[in-house]
Design a protein around this ligand. Structure first.
Ligand code: AMP
Ligand code: TRP
Length: 338
């Protein structure tokens, strides 16, 4: 039997602050690979970004920087679709319908909301609370079937599936929306902080030494790798020896991901080595991969109007895909359209 929904990839990232190695290895690099096998939409989710206040000028700069990072990493805006979310109104419109499908109890369980709202929940924006409904709308506005994300987004994707399922059931349209699947691949789905192997590498960490930014130059990368926290023992010769050594494990998996090998392969070569030597090799492979990417990003950012034109074109193509689906949704729900 043919599948009810043809394979389509959708993913997105917020344009807030600097993108870092975690975003690259955990997300963008997998997006690049999926282009070979699937039609893909890659979105810069600016509507999500304003769930916490953003300075308007910085937001505009960050949207362009994210677009430049996608393209410099190898996402092809001609063959696939690259755009910013706010240019396609179907996202916000479908999100409203999903606000009415999702249950408050479901949203209350979202760990990311709890983390981001912190102790002062009363003061979080209502948008932050319904953020996962908008994420479901991003995906389902295109009936996308596959969603490459990092581990931390698994719970949100489960919620997208629950929303799709409930919509299909409530309205008696069994296969209307696909149940989108997470695609979590690669040896570095969770890149940890360089200062603390138990914390995720994150743009919100106050220490810049905790992360390698996609805008860092070769000297900054080398310095951060050199200063990365480790333990005093040499590297083990197999992965079992990394248990309980969070920092060592993190550096090995970063090296493995950057050099496209398994942790076994890396430890076969570096088992018994001191961290000083391993860090030298890690810094070389990081510089080799990231510096050309940074150079290309900077080149693209010199002409913001060119980036804006790419985003506008992508948004036009996205709108063509989403509009008929949104029309069908409105029919199913019972709205009248002139
Ligand atoms: P964020 O920067 O949290 O908005 O995340 C954007 C994308 O990058 C999501 O798909 C995340 O799962 C992924 N991501 C963010 N930080 C990391 C990390 N430290 N390791 C792996 N993936 C990450
Ligand atoms: N919530 C995701 C994050 O914080 C970003 C995102 C928004 C997303 N909409 C999406 C990811 C749709 C995948 C698909 O990383």
């Amino acid at each position: 039997m043919a599948p009810a929904h043809s394979p389509l990839v959708f993913s997105g990232m917020q344009p807030t602050g600097n993108l870092h190695l975690g975003n690259y290895l955990g997300a963008i690099r997998n997006w690049v690979k999926l282009q070979e096998t699937h039609p893909c939409l890659y979105c810069i989710v600016d509507l999500h970004a304003v769930t916490v206040f953003q300075d308007p000028k910085e937001l505009r700069d960050s949207i362009r920087a994210a677009a430049a990072a996608y393209i410099a990493s190898g996402i092809d805006p001609e063959k696939h679709i690259v755009f910013n979310q706010s240019q396609v109104s179907a996202h916000a419109e479908l999100a409203w319908v999903f606000n009415c499908v999702a249950r408050i109890g479901w949203l209350n369980r979202m760990t990311q909301f709890k983390e981001k709202a912190g102790k002062n929940r009363e003061n979080a924006s209502a948008g932050l609370f319904v953020y996962p409904n908008l994420m479901a709308a991003d995906i389902l506005a295109y009936k996308a079937t596959h969603v490459p994300v990092g581990e931390d987004q698994k719970q949100h994707l489960e919620l997208s599936r629950d929303i799709a399922q409930k919509f299909n059931t409530d309205y008696g349209v069994p296969d209307f929306f696909p149940l989108p699947e997470p695609v979590i691949t690669g040896p570095a789905t969770r890149v940890m902080s360089l200062r603390d192997g138990t914390q995720k590498m994150s743009k919100s960490d106050p220490s810049d030494y905790s992360r390698i930014n996609l805008t860092d130059d070769a000297d900054a990368i080398a310095l951060k790798v050199r200063k990365a926290r480790t333990d005093p023992d040499p590297l083990p010769s197999e992965p079992a020896g990394l248990v309980g050594r969070a920092e060592a494990e993190n550096l090995v998996s970063i090296y493995a991901a950057l050099s496209d090998q398994s942790a076994e392969d890396v430890l076969r070569d570096f088992g018994g080595a001191q961290f000083s030597d391993f860090k030298k090799a890690l810094s070389d492979v990081a510089v080799e991969t990231l510096v050309p990417l940074t150079d290309e990003m900077n080149r693209l950012l010199q002409d913001p109007s060119e980036i804006d034109a790419i985003l506008a074109k992508g948004a036009g193509r996205a709108r063509e895909l989403a509009e008929p689906i949104l029309r069908d949704v409105y029919d199913v729900v019972g709205f009248i359209r002139g």
